[in-house]
Write a protein that binds this ligand. Structure first.
Ligand code: ADP
Ligand code: TPW
Ligand code: MG
Length: 576
């Protein structure tokens, strides 16, 4: 039937017509999609122009991967699917990394890609940018769809939106062949074919028995711990989560992107006592956090010898027992689950033992005190702690700013040093520890939140998306990039013992990344001391002008792979 409608010839000159271009735009607008991140080209150039003319914000990037990372993080920030739009084969492939990243991180995103003629692609006759994109995408995302007929555009978008945001959010691929855009159909029939998605991510209520089971386990705990993950940040159930933490009196540990969900300065925050709480706790309640490598799979040295029971709150039932036994699975959306837990706790819940919270606080104070003098150092050349000491204060004074962060030492030390005060203000490399998210995230954060962005970038990390400084200048976004320039990956001190090529981990010594920003009309600053850094960042945050500060860091200050050097395989052969 859809086919018949699509192929129907216009009956008379006067018939009111629409086409694929317009129906796609209408389907997006009907569903509140206001922004597209992408790169133009055949077959989507005109579509981008028309979408812009129709009031959709179309942000044009320099590389699809960065547009994809922007869309992925827009999904995290808004709970609506972030849209990335690419051209066929190579553009599609450039966007695919970000689609896989979105799926891995449980961010809702739709990668929309134009594609070549099906008849030619399927016979492998060598069309322009030929590729069976749908088949390639399928393994990288939660769902993948192709729309062949204009009359199916409405349903195609409805399916893509639902797949992206319902249940465990993730990446969706939507394949739009070139021919679809120009397909003409009756305007009234077209209008009727569109679908406004009702309740795209329906609440998923936990079973009452699962709530009782979880509370029984929690009640019996002597040393309970709550771990908040980025799923909890995504859920936007901020007040309920705060109430759960405070009512229970349980120390909480935020995963990287959950920092700020409750302030890192909250009296129950165990961020600065991480190893102690992992080792000594007896009951651990995971809320929107997976027991993957980032939590040592819930076992081994990091978790100590004390026997532990795990409660897990997650929307994905298959996540339970993924690494170790979960004695109290609570399956549902976090908002509903936390509300049910609070309800079950009633009016006179006994808080977690005070001596446990006291021991955690003592450890935390001890660690904070140990770190304090390092953050005030004025070493020349500047080291990570000296630089981060001033950035930490700036973030404290500007809690609404969004912090984007990637690198190795630059990532691990920033995460540890800089306290966050509000939910969803820290964006970073996520589950994969991927380099390259920086500029895409910075751009999307500025666009989606309207707040200033501070991107703290390793010099290697920055290089993966550095060309987008032009995009930042073009759209005049309030983004301040600080490149921690230590001349390389981990350290700038490696030497090649066998020849004249530089060692694989080092870059041009004394490079001036600030000049890249100046090339496009932004502000560039070279900062060699914490004082210079502080002045430059404050000026950037006040002015809102695109700024890049080349923060010169001692090339010898970092360590191999930052905090995760232990994951590097070691040769068992004796070194010669
Ligand atoms: P982190 O890296 O911060 O530990 P993960 O990405 O490993 O976080 O885990 C996030 C978890 O949150 C995923 O298992 C996902 O299924 C879950 N999740 C995401 N959104 C929701 C939601 N609205 N309700 C419940 N669980 C959610
Ligand atoms: C897509 C491997 C992990 S961290 C890193 C690389 C290349 C860069 C570290 O250097 P940087 O930080 O940013 O200068 P610093 O402060 O330690 O010097 N490719 C991808 N992702 C990852 N994670 C890598 C490579 C890697
Ligand atoms: Mg570096």
């Amino acid at each position: 039937m859809a086919e018949a409608a699509a192929l129907k010839k216009p009956e008379a000159e006067s018939e009111d017509l629409t086409d694929g271009f317009n129906l796609i735009i209408d389907a997006m607008k009907l569903n509140g999609i206001e922004t597209i991140y992408g790169v133009p080209g055949i077959p989507i150039t005109d579509f981008g122009r028309m979408a812009q003319a129709a009031g959709i914000r179309v942000l044009s990037f320099r590389h699809e991967q960065n547009a994809g990372y922007a869309a992925a993080i827009a999904g995290f920030l808004t709970k609506k699917p972030g849209i990335c739009l690419t051209v066929s084969a190579p553009g599609f492939l450039n966007g695919l990394t970000a689609l896989a990243h979105a799926t891995t991180n449980c961010f809702p995103m739709i990668l929309i890609s134009g594609s070549s003629e099906r008849e030619i692609v399927d016979l492998q006759q060598g069309d322009y940018e030929e590729m069976d994109q749908l088949a390639v995408a399928k393994t990288m995302c939660k769902a993948a769809y192709r729309v062949l007929h204009a009359a199916d555009i409405g349903i195609g978008f409805a399916r893509a939106i639902r797949a992206a945001v319902s249940g465990r959010p993730g990446g969706v691929y939507l394949d739009l062949p070139a021919k679809l855009f120009g397909q003409v159909m009756n305007a009234e029939a077209g209008r009727k074919s569109l679908v406004k998605v009702i309740d795209a991510a329906p609440a998923q209520l936990p079973a009452p028995a699962s709530i009782k089971r979880a509370l029984d386990v929690l009640k019996a705990a002597r040393k309970p711990l709550i771990i908040l993950g980025k799923g909890a940040a995504y859920a936007q159930a901020d007040e309920a989560i705060k109430a759960l933490v405070e009512k229970s009196g349980v120390p909480f540990l935020p995963m990287s992107m959950a920092k700020g969900l409750l302030p890192d300065t909250h009296p129950q925050c165990a961020g600065a006592a991480r190893s102690t709480v992992l080792k000594d706790s007896d009951v651990v309640m995971l809320v929107g956090a997976r027991l993957n490598w980032l939590l040592s799979h819930g076992k081994g040295k990091a978790w100590g010898d004390a026997p532990k029971k795990f409660i897990q709150v997650d929307i994905e039932p298959k996540e339970m027992d993924s690494n170790i036994e979960i004695v109290a699975p609570v399956v549902g959306d976090i908002g509903s689950c936390v509300a049910a837990l609070l309800d079950g706790m009633g009016g006179n819940w006994t808080k977690a033992p005070a001596d446990w919270m006291g021991a955690v606080s003592a450890k935390r104070e001890e660690n904070v005190a140990k770190m304090a003098p390092r953050l005030m150092n004025n070493n020349n050349p500047m080291d990570y702690h000296g630089a981060l000491g001033v950035l930490r204060t700036i973030v404290k004074e500007r809690p609404d700013a969004v912090l984007v962060n990637e690198g190795a030492n630059t990532l691990d030390l920033t995460r540890g040093v800089i306290d966050m005060y509000k939910p969803r203000k820290r964006l970073d490399v996520g589950t994969w520890g991927v380099m390259g998210i920086g500029m895409g995230q910075a751009i999307a954060a500025a666009i989606e939140t309207g707040k200033p962005v501070l991107a703290i970038e390793g010099d290697s990390a920055f290089g993966f998306s550095g060309m987008e400084v032009e995009t930042i200048c073009r759209y005049d976004l309030p983004v301040c990039i600080v490149v921690f320039n230590n001349d390389g990956i981990y350290r700038g001190t490696d030497v090649n013992k066998a020849g004249s090529d530089p060692a694989p981990t080092v870059f041009v010594k004394g490079a001036r990344y600030d000049k890249m920003m100046e090339a496009f009309g932004g502000v560039g600053v070279n900062a060699t001391t914490p004082d210079e850094l502080k002045r430059a960042v404050n000026a950037a945050m006040d002015s809102g002008k695109p700024t890049l500060i080349n923060a010169v860091i001692d090339p010898a200050a970092g360590s191999e792979s930052g905090r995760i050097g232990n994951l590097n395989p070691q040769s068992q052969l004796k070194k010669k």
